[in-house]
Structures are given as C-alpha cells and as structure tokens.
Design a protein around this ligand. Structure first.
Ligand code: TYD
Length: 134
C-alpha cells in the first residue's frame, strides 16, 4: 500500500500560454506506458473502478477537475484526492480501487503498463481477498 503514492511532475508554466506537464517513459515511472485511456462525462454521484489488477501498473491523473481514488490492499484502505493535472497516483498491481466524488466536467486520465486484458481484472471483492491471501 505504501508504495502507492502521489507523484508530482514538472509543470512548464507560461504566463502567456498556460501550463504543460510531461510524463515520459524511463524518467519518473516504475513502468513503461503501453496504453492510455480517459474517463469523462461522468454523471454526478457515479462511482467507477471497483476492481483490482493482477499485474497492471497504472498512473491515474485528474487531467481536469477532481475525484477521489480509494485504494485497498485487502487490509487497509487509503483515500487520495486528485485535483492537480501535474500530479498522478501511482497504483501498483494487486490493489482494489474505487473512484468516487467526480466533480462536474472532470477527466480521469490513466496511463497503464499494458494493453487491455480482461483476464488481468479481479472484479469480485471476495476473489480479490483470496488473491491477496495467496
Ligand atoms: P470498466 O473496466 O468497466 O471501467 P471502470 O472500471 O472505470 O468502471 O470498463 C468499461 C468498458 O470499457 C468495458 O466494457 C471494458 C472497456 N475497456 C476497453 O475496451 N479497453 C480498456 O482499456 C478499458 C480500460 C476498458
């Protein structure tokens, strides 16, 4: 659980042009990015996630707006509020995650260590607890 932290990236600021943040393979992440996806137009009160991954690493970024990510390792859980586009939550494999409290217009961008593979998902909480015990 304690490996999962908020990583802060450089912000290239320009008074004239605004901000730019870069995430680059081989620099700040413990994995190479093979896939990016984003969640948007999330209705108020909706929750997403509710699964774990067996092998996948992810970086979760609030590209716009804010939301909470609750990580659970089967023993303890921690809530992270993401609300800065230059920060990302590093999520190691084997963590149950719930995404909640999406602000209106928020965009959740996820960088992942592998392509989509449904067999990497654990979508049942009891299966997750069994996986953690093994
Ligand atoms: P889902 O895992 O249910 O989203 P969340 O966990 O955020 O609530 O994914 C929604 C749908 O999108 C599901 O049919 C699988 C599909 N999907 C892909 O095809 N590729 C992907 O990379 C991802 C993340 C999801």
């Amino acid at each position: 659980m304690f490996d999962c932290t908020i990583v802060e990236f450089d912000k290239h600021h320009s008074d004239r042009k605004g901000n730019l943040t870069v995430v680059e393979n081989g620099k700040t992440l413990p994995f190479d990015v093979k896939r990016a996806y984003y969640l948007y137009d999330i209705p108020g009160g909706m929750e997403r996630g509710a699964h774990a991954h067996r092998k996948l690493y992810q970086l979760i970024i609030a590209a716009s707006g804010s939301f909470d990510v609750v990580l659970n390792d089967g023993t303890i859980s921690r809530r992270f509020t993401l609300n800065r586009p230059y920060q990302g939550l590093l999520v190691y494999p084997g963590m149950w995650r719930d995404l909640t409290n999406f602000s209106s217009g928020s965009v959740c961008c996820v960088l992942a260590s592998d392509i989509y593979d449904e067999s990497d998902y654990i979508r049942d909480y009891q299966d997750f607890l069994d996986f953690r015990k093994r």
